[in-house]
Ligand binder design. Sequence first.
Ligand code: SF4
Length: 318
Amino acid sequence: MTVAASATVVAEEIVRSDVLITRSRVCVGTGSEPTPDRVAGRLLAWYEPRRDAFPWRQAPGPYGVLVSEVMLQQTQAPRVVGAYERFLAAFPTLEALAAARRAEVLRVWAGLGYHRRAVALHEAARRIVRDLGGRVPSDPGELRRLPGVGPYTAAAVASIAFDVPVPAIDTNVRRVVARARLGAQPGDVPAPRIAEEAARWLDPERPGDWNQAVMDLGREICRPRPRCAACPILDGCRARGPGPGAARRAPRQGGFEGSRRQLRGRIVAALRERALLEPRDLGALTGFAEAEVLGALEGLTRDGVVERVGARVRLAEG
Ligand code: SF4
């Protein structure tokens, strides 16, 4: 087959030193200046072995993608693996999740924390079964109307599960796009400009793979302190480095020990073991003062994670 540098063909992905063919593109390198397609091809080639790194990347269907994306919202991927497999074993379908009791969902969510995500996912499943014929919507706007689904999660589900060409933009992606495409730091570029550039950069033929490749790059390589020497798109990057002030801008995590988040996790863990408890019991079991327990219980009740039964509390039965 003879192709010109600008030709577009459909083919399996093949990478050689001078010619790169993706499923949708043929790009012939011309020497020192890599073409945008060639840079994109390198990123997808770098991502290829990572496709099977996590169970939710092995064609799990829209329900599995939705579950994984909600779990990944505030938990790192390696910690999600076991929880994801347990969750799908307990609730293998959307219908099974929708029919489950809230307390059971919260029990299976063990180990992930941020329990309001479990409540929202449970409610989303019920809404999909009740109002949407049991089918996870493919439209990002419709996805965003589901509980617990924000712009990032909606775009991730739409692109990964349905090949809808929308960029999923989280902190990692924002950093990569700002640096690689705009030669700037994310804090120095307005969010709409980054979104516009992310949409332009997206591979419309493989939006799910593309979004996950950029996410992986931001998480593993283009970190707040970037590892540019290991970056597959180094020669196509407009920043090639952290830029001044990057270290100062690196987000700092608040302390977990003694935090409200730690207390909420301990309360839910205690209620998984014993169905009904009084706040003072929870004080003793969690190691926090009763006043702090009462404050945390207010939030957990508001989020639908626990409910009051007289003077005692339990996991919400829903
Ligand atoms: S070359 Fe460096 S700054 Fe550019 S995308 Fe790669 S890791 Fe990020």
